[in-house]
Design a protein around this ligand. Structure first.
Ligand SMILES: Cc1ncc(COP(=O)(O)O)c(C=O)c1O
Length: 402
């Protein structure tokens, strides 16, 4: 491909739909926690492709696995067994509270499949009228129509109606509201352990345990969306481990193959049984390329026990942020788990994110007033120090200071 500058790429972009508020830079190369743009400028990447690149960019184990698989077999369809898919399903079953996996291509698709599975489970068990799924206000479960209906944030839904039926939203943390919502039409409750897009808001442990108890008492499934929190990011492989609950269905995507598109639905055997031949499918889901990349990724995560590193480095990042910006008059707090942290401001965080870009630091915004930090789990302390210094410089640029 011809080499263009940032400005030239932006100038040629009229044929792209404007679904994203993109920064005017074009990324062309990555290594570890660093990205380079088309003008050769280097950035410290604390956006991590929005919680995707858990091993950092261009990890040699993933690159080698992809190259080798591309030379061997890219795709063959799910009409046949795919050995890498069997291996990944076994790995995930061996490292989770769930027994069986279905593979797809994204987080939204995984959540769609989870909703379908919950409904089919009720149908399979003689209760076809139990089709409602209850989700939490401020949740984010994806952009396809089913996942968007589950996403309880009006700003993502505006103009896309009519949304699908059979979803009910309740405020997070309000057990009474949930008890009322769980009537005889409900088959499942779906929630994130840390509401990422809402502003990196962890649910309370006590609340989650009570939700689990309530679901058990009423014979309702608990679906945990680990699309953003999974793969060790929060300090355990799955965030639900820290809440000491087991889901009946769990979804994964983002970091699972370190950047190759993949999603997964994991379920207890008794639930998964509701998906017989022909009930659900995906042409690309679980293809040899994605499975090889995912296997390489989970093997590195396991070998290097990266969830432990995420817990340690997350603590370090939190303490450095607290020292450097905790007392800043515009900062309301720091929240999150492991290497999924949010710096909450008392105003829009967009000007700070823009100043960060100028200072060579990539961050993402969440919930309007939160700077969300999602670096690779291999990030070193000196890189965290560097990021915090750039963030502090961005604060000074926006709000004034030394
Ligand atoms: C918790 C959660 N669920 C689902 C999704 C949707 O994933 P995807 O963009 O891969 O469809 C996201 C994406 O940000 C997410 O954070």
């Amino acid at each position: 491909m011809m080499e263009l500058t940032n400005g030239e790429v932006v100038a040629r972009s009229a044929a792209l739909m404007k679904t994203y508020g993109r920064w005017p830079v074009a990324m062309v190369r990555g290594e570890g926690v660093w990205l380079w743009d088309a003008d050769g400028r280097r950035y410290l990447d604390f956006a991590g492709g929005i919680a995707v690149t858990v091993l950092g960019h261009s990890h040699p184990a993933v690159a080698e696995a992809i190259a080798d698989q591309a030379r061997t077999l890219l795709h063959c369809s799910n009409l046949y067994y795919i050995p890498q898919q069997v291996e990944l399903a076994n790995w995930l079953a061996g490292h989770s509270a769930l027994d069986q996996a279905f593979f797809c291509n994204s987080g939204a698709e995984a959540n769609e499949a989870a909703i379908k599975l919950a409904r089919r489970w009720a149908y399979h068990n003689g209760a076809p009228g139990r089709s409602t799924v209850v989700t939490l206000e401020h949740s984010f479960h994806g952009r396809t129509l089913g996942a968007l209906t589950a996403t309880a944030q009006p700003r993502y839904q505006e103009g896309f109606g009519p949304l699908l039926g059979g979803v009910r939203h309740v405020p997070a943390g309000d057990l009474e509201a949930l008890e009322t919502a769980l009537d005889g039409t409900v088959c499942a409750v779906m929630m994130e352990m840390v509401q990422g897009e809402a502003g990196v808001i962890p649910l309370q442990r006590e609340y989650v345990r009570k939700v689990r108890d309530l679901c058990d008492r009423r014979g309702i499934l608990l679906i945990i969306d680990e699309v953003q929190t999974g793969m060790g990011r929060t300090g355990t492989f799955f965030a639900y481990e820290q809440y000491r609950v087991e889901p009946d269905i769990c979804t994964l995507a983002k970091g699972l193959a370190n950047g190759v598109p993949v999603g997964a639905v994991l379920a207890k055997r008794a639930v998964a049984e509701a998906f017989g031949p022909g009930t659900h499918g995906s042409t690309f889901g679980g293809n040899p390329l994605a499975m090889r990349a995912a296997l390489a990724t989970v093997q590195v995560v396991e070998k290097e026990r990266l969830w432990e590193k995420a817990a340690r480095r997350g603590e370090y990042l939190r303490s450095r942020l607290s020292e450097s910006l905790g007392q800043h008059p515009r900062v309301r707090g720091i929240r999150g788990l492991g290497l999924m942290l949010g710096l909450v401001l008392d105003q829009s965080a967009a000007p700070v994110a823009e100043a960060c870009l100028e200072k060579g630091l990539l961050v993402t915004l969440a919930g309007g007033n939160t700077i969300r930090l999602l670096p690779a789990l291999i990030v070193e302390e000196r890189e965290i120090d560097d990021a915090v210094a750039r963030l502090a410089a961005a604060f000074n640029q926006v709000f004034g200071g030394p």
